[in-house]
Design a protein around this ligand. Sequence first.
Ligand code: ZN
Length: 252
Amino acid sequence: MKPEELRLNHLTWPEIAEGIASGYRRVIIVLGATEQHGYHLAQATDEVIGMGLAVGLARRLGKTYVAPAIAFGLSEHHLKLPGTLSLRPETLRMILEDVVAAYRSHGFDRFVFLPSHGGNMAFSSRMAETFQELYPSDRFVSPFDLETMIRLMATFETDHQLPRGSCGGHACAFETSLMLYLAPEMVQMDRAVPGYTGALDEAFVKKMFQEGITGVSEVGVIGDPARATRALGEIFFDKTLEVIHRALEAGE
Ligand SMILES: [Zn+2]
């Protein structure tokens, strides 16, 4: 068995069977998205970031696999811009039910739902609670929520002297730095322009979900990617991983 490969869809079934038998009973399921990320980031951004974090988390945890990402999310608020795909919540729930049912039948009993897209975060927490009630002998956690992400980004701005509002959470200095670190070939820095850089308060969130992204930013960006760098991406990646890891340990 390949010791470094933790992505289930890169393994063969005998390797997975052997892994489960040797104690690999936890699986991380990334709830990603396929959606517009401004002029400069590829539509796969949330999938790439989610899988990067998931593999990092699996390494830290040990005896943990990473499922293929569910790369379609709840992205209705981005649908106005071409390429974005969005599932209805009931569709996403059914996909998650079928994925979990299959893995349970193979012997997995600890599930981590990892949302890498803001629009999936509340849903992911709800699903972890729902599945926990459904299968009380297994463990379901969703260790990353919107509040944590917003707090984390504010810390990044302060710690790295980035302008207030530059880490807005969507194609911003935070996501763009992560992408420069994880998949630089998907970043076009010469096309990066700022979007909404105001406060991420309740009124803003309400407006964005009601009017869609173009109601708050014509280019489809929340934040300012201009100051993004690969070096910051590495720092943000490690710190985000640490925060998720801690939340997971507290929640499991
Ligand atoms: Zn994103």
